[in-house]
Write a protein that binds this ligand. Structure first.
Ligand SMILES: Cc1cc2nc3c(=O)[nH]c(=O)nc-3n(C[C@H](O)[C@H](O)[C@H](O)COP(=O)(O)O)c2cc1C
Length: 359
């Protein structure tokens, strides 16, 4: 069981080829009506499609086992269960001897002698189904405070969306399988993924997430800073290898006169003229939308022959992956990024960090 959050807390469990994956979401108050159609819509966005996702097909219909009655929360922890159906562990057995480079096999086998490697066990992206289900509830909870979370594919492989994007663009990406913002980019990103897949290879990319509606002062400080907790949330997603806020690493090469976001009044509201900081200073919101990017590595399981070690013979060896895998994680990870961001914000709202009167 893997726990995230303090007051709105989420505990994740399951394995790729066990009977189910699921989670326990606590801290959502009693009397909150969950829109189950909206939950299903979020689940659909994580499902693989066409040749840009794994051929594994799952119903992914979450069952709210307890904590919800007739669609309304009763204040108890919400237990969410999602059955695993379409499992085939046969292609994974050789990884006991020859662990896949880039995946968790080697450290997992050293750490857990009885590790169930089928489907990559508890290290599988499969568990993100439960994350998205819980995140869908969190999204509804925070929308009651006027907060929206929308993400999209900023880049996939060598295809980059170079345009400035807002939350409406990001929301429009829900209509495209790659989660690009436009039909043209969707086509280019799809071809990039299909080309890599046809070569037995994989590509990575960047998910950009935009959070709107947070008041100035929302967030924590030091280790409870909003950017610190969002980063923890993102790095908890398998295959995440980088997180940056606003101009991120590019800020390191700027002058202060270029990077500072000037304040001004817009009527009686304080706004920033630019958003180099990604909407967060001192761990708290400065009134601009929170904008951050999460980098996902290329899917580690690839069809090309790779060098590895043989743990049975204690010799160098090779391994070639032949199972069912996503040639790119990014299109499916967009829903997961949104879910983890919504859980983070829900938790900080529940902790009172803070719903300021200055909103
Ligand atoms: C939605 C999603 C789907 C994934 N699908 C695959 C996959 O099909 N094959 C694979 O090898 N890794 C896949 N991964 C990535 C692995 O789970 C991940 O690389 C592995 O657990 C090692 O963890 P690390 O990359 O964070 O170090 C997926 C991740 C996510 C978030």
């Amino acid at each position: 069981m893997y726990r995230f959050g303090k007051k709105v807390a989420f505990t994740l469990f399951g394995r790729s080829h066990g009977p189910c994956v699921g989670g326990v979401l606590s801290g959502i108050p009693a009397g909150f009506r969950i829109d189950m159609d909206a939950v299903e819509a979020e689940m659909a966005l994580r499902k693989p499609t066409g040749k840009i996702g794994t051929p594994r097909r799952e119903a992914d219909s979450p069952c709210f086992v307890q904590g919800v009655r007739d669609g309304v929360t009763n204040g108890n922890p919400i237990l969410i269960k999602i059955d695993n159906g379409d499992t085939d562990g046969s292609k994974y057995m050789k990884f006991y001897d020859t662990p896949r480079p880039g995946h968790a096999d080697l450290p997992a086998l050293m750490k857990f002698p009885d590790h169930d490697i089928r489907g990559s066990g508890q290290f599988s992206g499969r568990l993100t189904a439960a994350v998205v289900a819980a995140g869908a509830v969190a999204k509804q909870f925070i929308s009651g405070y006027g907060v929206g979370v929308n993400a999209f594919s900023r880049s996939i492989g060598s295809v980059e969306d170079a345009s400035a994007r807002g939350s409406d663009d990001a929301a429009a990406s829900r209509g495209f399988p790659t989660r690009a913002c436009t039909a043209d980019l969707d086509e280019s990103m799809r071809l990039e993924i299909e080309r890599a897949g046809a070569e037995g290879d994989s590509v990575g990319g960047v998910v950009e997430c935009i959070i709107t509606g947070l008041p100035i002062g929302f967030g924590g400080i030091w280790f409870e800073a909003l950017d610190a907790e969002l980063s923890l949330a993102m790095f908890g997603i398998p295959a995440c290898k980088g997180v940056e806020f606003g101009d991120g690493f590019a800020l390191a090469g700027m002058k202060g006169s270029e990077s500072n976001d000037a304040y001004r009044f817009d009527g009686n509201r304080i706004v920033t003229s630019t958003n180099h900081m990604g909407g967060i200073v001192g761990g708290m919101c400065d009134g601009a939308p929170v904008v951050f990017r999460t980098a996902f590595k290329p899917t580690p399981s690839i069809g090309k022959v790779q060098h590895t070690v043989n743990l049975r013979t204690s010799e160098d060896d090779t391994v070639q992956v032949t199972g069912r895998h996503d040639p790119c994680i990014v299109p499916r990870a967009v829903a997961v990024v949104e879910a983890m961001a919504a859980l983070t914000v829900a938790d900080q709202i529940a902790r009172g960090y803070r719903w300021s009167s200055a909103r």
